[in-house]
Design a protein. Structure first.
Length: 173
């Protein structure tokens, strides 16, 4: 009888130890976003989606299509190119698809607040090792360190053609 009680006690202690060693999931990404987004997108594995897209036949066909050729001559494409250049200048790097894949992480969310001024917030869960290998990590010293909502953040703000752009990377301490 004593042996059975001792065995049960040891099993319960081991189970409690394992339970305490597991990481609790972080907060839902939607709770990290300010309210008022015009559009909110969330995915459980954005990095995988981007890698799949990058290697897909659909992407290759799109880039060779008449639709893409027409789009590349559009006013929207031109405006997006200007914004891309401005964000790259503000962040200190010109991100391509490869660098976006580097910081895509797993769970990711994008909230679009202002279409005209391209105001958005992107949040992603990314392993520290993967983040430290990214281009964004390499230019982190150009960002001002701040605290926001219990997160250590780095932020850069530069006025470019009367538009203030924010590029932010947040990490829970």
């Amino acid at each position: 009888m004593k042996r059975a009680v001792l065995l049960v006690t040891l099993l319960l202690a081991a189970a409690g130890y394992v339970f305490l060693q597991t990481n609790s999931p972080g907060p839902r990404l939607a709770t990290l976003m300010p309210s008022g987004a015009l559009l909110y997108l969330e995915t459980p594995d954005f990095g995988r989606l981007l890698r799949d897209w990058d290697g897909s036949r659909v992407k290759a066909d799109w880039l060779e299509s008449a639709n893409y050729a027409e789009f590349s001559r559009s006013n929207l494409f031109s405006k997006l190119g200007e914004v891309y250049g401005q964000y790259g200048e503000a962040a200190g790097l010109q991100p391509g698809l490869r660098s976006v894949i580097e910081i895509a992480g797993t769970e990711s969310a994008l909230a679009l607040y202002g279409i005209r001024d391209v105001e958005f917030l992107y949040v992603s869960r990314i392993a520290d090792g993967a983040l430290m290998k990214s281009q964004l990590w390499a230019v982190r010293d150009k960002f001002e360190q701040r605290q926001a909502g219990g997160f250590g953040t780095r932020q850069v703000q530069r006025s470019l053609q009367n538009v203030v752009h924010h590029v932010q990377h947040a990490r829970k301490p």
